[in-house]
Design a protein around this ligand. Sequence first.
Ligand SMILES: Cc1cc2nc3c(=O)[nH]c(=O)nc-3n(C[C@H](O)[C@H](O)[C@H](O)COP(=O)(O)O)c2cc1C
Length: 327
Amino acid sequence: MNFWQQLPEPFFVLAPMDDVTDVVFRQLVAEIAPPDVFVTEFVSVDGLQSAGRESTMERLRIAPGQPNNLIVQIWGNDPELYYKTAQDVAQMGFAGIDINLGCPERGIVARGCCAGLIGNNEKVAEILAAVRAGAPNLPLSVKTRLGIREMVTEEWTTFLLGQDLAALTIHGRTAREMSKVPAHWDEIAKVVKLKNELAPQTVIIGNGDITSRAHGLALAAQTGVDGLMIGRGIFHDPFIFDASDTLRDPDAMLAVLMRHLELYEQWGSSKSFQTLKKFFKIYVNSWPGAAELRTELMEATTTDEVRRIIQETYTHPTPPIAAPIPG
Ligand SMILES: Cc1cc2nc3c(=O)[nH]c(=O)nc-3n(C[C@H](O)[C@H](O)[C@H](O)COP(=O)(O)O)c2cc1C
């Protein structure tokens, strides 16, 4: 049984999100309301195999005590670089390797990477073989969309399901659709049917527009997917993976923000303080006075300033957890 086959049914995954799901945010989510699986931000095989690999290496950091449930996601176009990268990451403690065949960013697609590889079966088969050769002991998965310009669900996923993948995540939109139309969960249901016929061993993960745990469970019941992946939903509820009813009151949210600042400092990220600000909206949201407080926080220029503003506003934020994750 590989990693994916041992998960609960259905299981939840925090979607890879560039500049969001870094080691800091992943550790935070692991502490407050963890999903069953985490994925790194996408990691360029070109970047990792270049002389300036240090900044890319930051994406591969693993929180101490993180259970063995972190998948590394890689992208690129050159099978040789995939091979070397797979060899490198095989030693780092990841639970599996995922290949990004879904990012719709124009420049990336134009270079024949990510969603630009949809339909390029020959190259994709070469890439998968290279990753398997470099990391034979890690389960291999793919995250993809339904097509580049047109929906080619059946043709594309029939090919992928012939590749003996451990898992296949379907973001239910074409690259052209970006995130502008509702995800086509009816197409995801078609992929489940194909998988049952062609590759029952491959775990199918549905992705797109899931707004809560309950919503995810309903979609799993409706479509038969094995797992649910949630991305932007976490921007509206950092406790989205929590099966109980954790109180999302201002004190709890501000305690989470304080913990985020602490982890950011502990990890010594090369990302600037400014990059933290997009998280303020997640935590300081939808309660009376939240908008005013957020405006004030947006003007802060240091973590200490943020702490001062919060302490002046709320005197006793209660941490949602007492201690960092064990180990
Ligand atoms: C800010 C941001 C960054 C993203 N970065 C990645 C990435 O690195 N790798 C990837 O496979 N998908 C990436 N995605 C796509 C998400 O993983 C997910 O497929 C998409 O947001 C749809 O799911 P959602 O509706 O639950 O957000 C990103 C999405 C966002 C919003």
